[in-house]
Write a protein that binds this ligand. Sequence first.
Ligand SMILES: Nc1ncnc2c1ncn2[C@@H]1O[C@H](COP(=O)(O)OP(=O)(O)O)[C@@H](O)[C@H]1O
Ligand SMILES: N[C@@H](CCC(=O)OP(=O)(O)O)C(=O)O
Length: 373
Amino acid sequence: MAGASREAAAGARRVVVKVGSSSLTTAAGGLDADRVDALVDALAKHGEREIVLVSSGAIAAGLAPLGLGGRPRDLARQQAAASVGQGLLLARYTASYARYGRRVGQVLLTTDDMSRRTHYRNAQRTLEQLFAMGAVPVVNENDTVATEEIRFGDNDRLAALVAHLARADLLVLLSDVDGLYNGPPAAPGAARIAEVRDRAELAGVRLGPAGRAGVGTGGMVTKVEAARIATGEGVPVVLTSAVHADAALAGKITGTYFHPTGRRARGRLLWLAHASTPQGALVLDDGAVRAVTERRTSLLPAGIRAVEGRFTAGDPVELRDGTGRAVARGLVAFDAEELPRLLGRSTRELAKELGPAYEREVVHRDDLVVLDT
Ligand SMILES: Nc1ncnc2c1ncn2[C@@H]1O[C@H](COP(=O)(O)OP(=O)(O)O)[C@@H](O)[C@H]1O
Ligand SMILES: N[C@@H](CCC(=O)OP(=O)(O)O)C(=O)O
């Protein structure tokens, strides 16, 4: 790694480390205690830093104890496996960190928690308090309450959102592969990419599915997506193998380093861009597209041409241009049924006709995030 990347990794005070199921489990299914211990040994060497551990593995850890031969397809049995496995996973981390006199705290999150201001702040406060008390937060998706639509689906993206939530200086993604390759690593001629400065550099890279069928979930696609989210918010990312965890934190690693591309800014709206499921869409005219994306103004009824979907006030919706391209997401201030009669009309006119409640923006600029397209 080049000097700047080494310094960013070695100098980070607060780090989110995400470890995948494939790095914690045995080939037969079930937790591999030795691998958990090895990971904790590596992280414990960096005891002076504040580390949030985002750990997958609950479903994989619950398979063997429930007599399941492989990862079930249905959500209900995945949730049951996660429920059994999460307890075992935390018990293992608790025992492993106890060797260093450290406590661990379980933090289970859903996308919904990222979208509700109070939940977001509470999670943030819990992390701060755990750090203040010297305990290690161990985060996972709350699989038992997450339903199909609201699942993060992968802990890579969750880790990127947690890096933002925790105001981390670095995100380390640990997998069973030692970095991003220009194609599936087993393919002939595959070569590791040492640094990624810009998303455009990934144009020719083939991102394959998870390596060990039935263990990991996202493969490289979700890792690159997580890197995009984190680097866009100013957080550098190191992607490497779990066996290199210590070296990665020390800034000495042969892995893939993703340079930050953006500045930390969007605050609570990060979830809206990356973790929300739009309940409908508003089609804007060209003037409104420019106003929203370039001048960052609120969206008024006058600039909306059509409404799609069924949503209620407060739901996330997509803002599209005339060609159907999504340009932004926002929290809508009206129910879908209320909107058609307001479209194309000025707020002043609407207030006069329908009352002052109708003078409000359809999407307020504080509830709106422009998408990188
Ligand atoms: N371009 C690529 N570079 C590196 N690994 C890749 C690539 N395409 C697919 N993979 C596969 O992605 C796997 C890691 O994803 P996954 O199994 O979901 O990991 P985890 O359980 O650690 O989250 C690797 O084992 C590798 O086989
Ligand atoms: N919450 C799930 C996470 C699944 C997941 O994202 O797995 P992985 O691709 O191994 O990071 C579990 O603990 O099994």
